[in-house]
Design a protein around this ligand. Structure first.
Ligand code: E4P
Length: 225
């Protein structure tokens, strides 16, 4: 199972990369807009930090425009995966890009049928959005699970990338349904490391260790005198 970070923030990407659990990055226009920098500069910089796939999203609505944008993105970093929306035009772009050897991520997927269509078109990744479905009262993870089941039962090579995850429990559920990849906000990845008993345990082990060192030191001093 691969862990991607859902951000365009360089500081967060550097920090997660330093933990050695980061397999890739997903960005979108909203995340890029938060950084207030040129798209190209930002992606080039991310490419210097991360060697795994970096999803970069198109903003055109027609297939030709998406393909043209993709042509630029792949020059920014060798590991770019072009993100296109789940529309007929997006899937036309997927087929064209696949024929040119460019990997794609079909985004904004909210039903298993959309995931199946993306796989049929030849998407490299398909991104069902769990959190946004939860937000409107649906069980987002059901769509993720059904996408995994359907794509596996027909042996599609398309990888299911669980997206729009809002916390560690979403990551846990995605792991249990057997997704290939999860993409998560930095705060979620950070939270996954933490447990109060881990911190207390370290504190207690260190205190006991220090007590032993002090006792041994005192013993050595007594023996010498
Ligand atoms: C994934 O590729 C998307 O960028 C992302 O997961 C969307 O998440 P949100 O619903 O929290 O905006």
């Amino acid at each position: 199972m691969k862990f991607f970070l859902d951000t365009a923030n360089l500081e967060q990407i550097r920090k997660a990369a330093s933990w050695d659990v980061l397999d890739g990055v997903t960005t979108n226009p909203t995340l890029v807009a938060k950084e207030g920098r040129e798209h190209r500069d930002l992606i080039e910089e991310i490419g210097r930090i991360v060697s795994g796939p970096i999803s970069v999203e198109t903003t055109s609505l027609d297939a030709d425009g998406m393909v043209a944008e993709a042509g630029q993105f792949v020059d920014w970093a060798p590991n770019v995966v072009v993100k296109v929306p789940m529309t007929p035009e997006g899937l036309r772009a997927v087929a064209t890009l696949k024929a040119r050897g460019v990997r794609t991520n079909v985004t904004l997927v909210f039903t298993p049928m959309q995931a199946l269509l993306a796989a049929k078109a030849g998407a490299y990744f398909v991104s069902p959005f769990a959190g946004r479905l939860d937000d409107i009262g649906h069980v987002g993870m059901d769509v993720v699970r059904e996408a995994v089941e359907i794509l596996r039962s027909y042996d599609y090579e398309t990888q299911v990338l669980a997206a729009s995850l809002r916390g560690p429990l979403h990551v846990l559920e995605a792991a249990r349904v057997g997704v290939d990849i999860v993409t998560m906000p930095f705060a979620t990845m950070e939270m996954m490391f933490k447990h109060p008993l881990t911190d207390q345990g370290i504190e207690r082990f260190l205190a006991d260790w220090r007590r032993l060192q002090d006792a041994l030191k005192a013993k050595r001093t007594t023996n010498r005198s």
